[in-house]
Design a protein around this ligand. Structure first.
Ligand SMILES: *[C@@H]1O[C@H](CO)[C@@H](O)[C@H](O)[C@H]1NC(C)=O
Ligand SMILES: *[C@@H]1O[C@H](CO)[C@@H](O)[C@H](O)[C@H]1NC(C)=O
Ligand SMILES: *[C@@H]1O[C@H](CO)[C@@H](O)[C@H](O)[C@H]1NC(C)=O
Ligand SMILES: *[C@@H]1O[C@H](CO)[C@@H](O)[C@H](O)[C@H]1NC(C)=O
Ligand SMILES: *[C@@H]1O[C@H](CO)[C@@H](O)[C@H](O)[C@H]1NC(C)=O
Ligand SMILES: *[C@@H]1O[C@H](CO)[C@@H](O)[C@H](O)[C@H]1NC(C)=O
Length: 512
C-alpha cells in the first residue's frame, strides 16, 4: 500500500491509481444546481455580516521593530536574510525569535476575491464555534497537529505523509509565522496531507445534532461540494522536492519569462497535456483524444515518465518550458492537481475538464473569462471544438489566456498566498472556544534547525523559500463574506456561460 501511495503521489500531476473516481460524470449543471440549492438553504440560518475585516486589532500598535531587517524598496528581503547554516544550525528556537514588538506598515489593498471563500469554508462552525472535542476528532485521519502559541510553532506528529508533503506544509506555516511575526494568533489545528476530502457534510447537517457533535475542522489541500474539509495551500508553494519543482516564487518568475519567449500566435495551435494517466480513469479517457491516423481532435497528449525524467535531471519537465501550445488542458487526477497553477499561468487558453475538487483559489475563476470549460463526459468533441474556436477567435482566446496568467501572477503571488494563510488561520482562531495548549508529545520547531539538518533538494528549496524576517507591510485586508445574492448570481452566471458554450458545441457538431 505504501509503495502504491508513493507511486501515486509521485505523480500528483502526474500519477496512477486503482481507485475509480466515483461520480465523476456528474454533469456540471446538476452539481452547480445542487450547490445553489444548498447555499440558498444554508443562508437562512447564517449570520453574514458579523465577520470583521481581520487585523484591526494589530493596526493600532505603536511598537518598533526589534530586529531590523534590510529590504529593498519593494519590501523584499535582502540577501543577508537567507538561510545561514554556519551560525544557526544548532540554535534552539527560543533564542532565535522575538515574538512581539513588530510593527507593520498599513496595507491599503483589499485581498483578491478568492479570499472570500475563507468565510464559506469556515461557515460550518460559524454558529457553534470550534470546541476542543471537534479538533480532537479531526485527529482520526490527520498527519499532524500544529500549534501556534505565543508566536512559536509546535508540531505533534501522528503519521508520516506521502513524500515530503507534511514537512513542506509545516515549513510554509513556519515562514508565515515569521513573515507576520506576532500577528498569527494562538491556535491548534489538525492537518491531513492526503488527496481527497473526508469530512462528509451529510454526516453533520442535522442542526440539533450539530450542536452536540459538529464537524471536525480538518485542514487539507482540496475540498469538494460534499465535504467540510478546510482548504489550505499545498506543499508545492514551498517546492516539490521529489520531482524537482522549485518554490512557487521562482517558478512564477520562470513562467513569466517563458511566456515572453513564444507569443501566443506563434505557439502550436493545439491543446497540450502532459501527465500521468494512471491515476484516474478520466485521464485514461482523455488519452483517447490524442491525434491518430484516424482522427485529429486537435489534442497533443503525452505521458510523463518521472523515472526517466529523474534520470535525465528533469530537463524535459520544467513547467515554464511547457508554454508552447495555444491551449493547455487541465484535468484532475485522483483529486485536484498541483499542475493547475502552472497550466493557468501559461498565457495559453486553459481547457478545464469539469472538475470535482477545488483548491483554495480556483473557485473564483470564471469560464470564458479565465478558462474554457470541457465536458468530462465527451472530452474529445469538446476539445476539438474549443481549439478550433480559439484558433478562429484569436483575439478573444488571447484575452482568456492573459486573464488567467494575470490572475496567477498577481492574485496568486507568494505574498497573497501568505496573506490567504494568515487570514484563514486568523479567522479559524477566532472560532476556537478553548485555550490552545502545547500537548506533551509536541516539539517546537524552528526553520534553521529544520532546514540545516537536511540535504540535497529539500535543503535547497527550504533555503530558497526561507523567510528571513518580518514583512514590512501588513497583510491585505480580508474582503467581506459573499452576500447570499452575490453567491447565487455567481453560480448562476457560471452555469449560464457553461450552458452557452455547450450550445455552441452542439450546434457545431450538428453541422460537422
Ligand atoms: C505611540 O507612541 C507615541 C510616541 O512615543 C505616543 O505619544 C503615543 O501615545 C503612542 N500611541 C499608542 C497608540 O500607543
Ligand atoms: C554565515 O554567518 C557567518 C557568521 O556570521 C559568516 O561568517 C558567514 O559568512 C555567513 N555565511 C553566509 C553564506 O552568509
Ligand atoms: C551542534 O550540537 C551538537 C550536540 O549538541 C554538537 O555536538 C555539535 O558540535 C554542534 N554543532 C555546532 C556547529 O555547533
Ligand atoms: C500522442 O500522439 C503524439 C503524436 O503522434 C505522440 O507523439 C504521443 O506519444 C501520443 N501520446 C500518447 C499518450 O500516446
Ligand atoms: C472556424 O472557422 C471555420 C471557417 O470560417 C468554420 O467553418 C468553423 O465552423 C469555425 N469553427 C468554430 C468552432 O468556430
Ligand atoms: C542526504 O542524506 C541522506 C541520509 O541522511 C542520504 O541517504 C542521501 O544520500 C543524502 N543526499 C545527498 C544529496 O547528499
Amino acid at each position: 500500500m505504501q509503495t502504491f501511495l508513493q507511486q501515486r503521489s509521485k505523480t500528483q500531476f502526474i500519477a496512477g491509481t486503482l481507485l475509480k473516481k466515483g461520480p465523476a460524470h456528474f454533469a456540471a449543471y446538476t452539481s452547480i444546481l445542487l450547490l445553489l440549492i444548498f447555499f440558498s438553504a444554508s443562508t437562512v440560518c447564517s449570520i453574514w455580516a458579523t465577520l470583521s475585516t481581520a487585523d484591526s486589532k494589530h493596526k493600532s500598535t505603536n511598537k518598533t521593530i526589534v530586529a531590523p531587517i534590510s529590504r529593498n524598496h519593494n519590501g523584499k528581503r535582502l540577501l543577508q536574510n537567507t538561510l545561514n547554516c554556519t551560525t544557526t544550525g544548532n540554535q534552539t528556537c527560543s533564542t532565535r525569535y522575538p515574538t512581539t514588538s513588530t510593527t507593520f506598515e498599513k496595507n491599503d489593498e483589499t485581498c483578491p476575491e478568492y479570499f472570500r471563500w475563507i468565510h464559506e469554508d469556515l461557515r460550518a462552525w460559524k454558529a457553534t464555534g470550534i470546541t476542543r472535542d471537534m479538533v480532537e476528532r479531526a485527529s482520526t485521519t490527520a498527519h499532524f497537529r500544529l500549534i501556534v502559541k505565543k508566536g512559536k510553532v509546535y508540531v505533534e506528529k501522528y503519521r508520516k505523509s506521502i513524500q515530503t508533503r507534511d514537512i513542506f506544509t509545516i515549513w510554509g506555516i513556519m515562514q508565515l509565522v515569521k513573515k507576520y511575526e506576532g500577528m498569527v494568533p494562538d491556535l491548534e489545528l489538525m492537518f491531513d496531507c492526503d488527496d481527497r476530502p473526508v469530512v462528509l457534510a451529510s454526516d453533520y447537517n442535522d442542526h440539533d445534532r450539530n450542536k452536540i457533535t459538529g464537524p471536525p475542522p480538518l485542514f487539507r489541500y482540496c475540498g469538494d461540494r460534499w465535504t467540510h474539509d478546510i482548504v489550505f495551500p499545498d506543499w508545492s508553494f514551498w517546492g516539490w522536492a521529489e520531482i524537482n519543482i522549485r518554490p512557487w516564487e521562482y517558478v512564477l518568475n520562470d513562467i513569466k519569462e517563458g511566456n515572453k519567449r513564444i507569443k501566443w500566435k506563434d505557439r502550436e495551435p493545439f491543446a497540450y497535456w502532459k501527465g500521468n494517466p494512471a491515476v484516474d480513469e478520466t485521464r485514461k479517457d482523455l488519452l483517447k483524444c490524442n491525434v491518430s491516423d484516424a482522427h485529429d481532435w486537435n489534442a497533443r497528449l503525452f505521458v510523463q515518465d518521472w523515472e526517466k525524467e529523474s534520470e535525465q535531471g528533469y530537463k524535459n519537465s520544467n513547467v515554464a518550458n511547457q508554454c508552447t501550445y495555444r491551449h493547455k488542458i487541465y484535468i484532475e487526477g485522483y483529486a485536484w492537481s498541483v499542475s493547475e497553477k502552472y497550466i493557468l499561468g501559461c498565457d495559453s487558453v486553459t481547457l478545464l475538464v469539469t472538475p470535482r475538487f477545488h483548491d483554495f483559489f480556483i473557485r473564483s475563476l470564471q469560464p470564458l473569462q479565465h478558462y474554457w470549460p470541457i465536458k468530462d463526459s465527451d472530452k474529445c468533441h469538446s476539445i476539438q471544438h474549443a481549439v478550433e474556436w480559439g484558433n478562429n477567435h484569436t483575439q478573444k482566446a488571447q484575452e482568456i489566456g492573459r486573464a488567467a496568467s494575470k490572475f496567477i501572477q498577481e492574485d496568486l503571488n507568494m505574498d497573497h498566498v501568505y496573506d490567504y494563510m494568515f487570514h484563514l488561520l486568523n479567522e479559524y482562531a477566532k472560532l476556537l472556544k478553548f485555550e490552545p495548549t502545547v500537548p506533551e508529545g509536541a516539539v517546537e520547531l524552528c526553520s534553521e534547525a529544520m532546514a540545516c539538518t537536511r540535504n540535497g533538494t529539500e535543503k535547497k528549496f527550504m533555503s530558497e523559500s526561507f523567510v528571513g524576517g518580518p514583512s514590512i507591510k501588513a497583510p491585505c485586508s480580508l474582503p467581506h463574506p459573499f452576500e447570499p445574492n452575490t453567491l447565487r448570481l455567481f453560480y448562476a452566471n457560471k452555469l449560464n456561460v457553461i450552458k452557452r458554450i455547450e450550445k455552441w458545441e452542439d450546434e457545431y457538431w450538428s453541422q460537422n
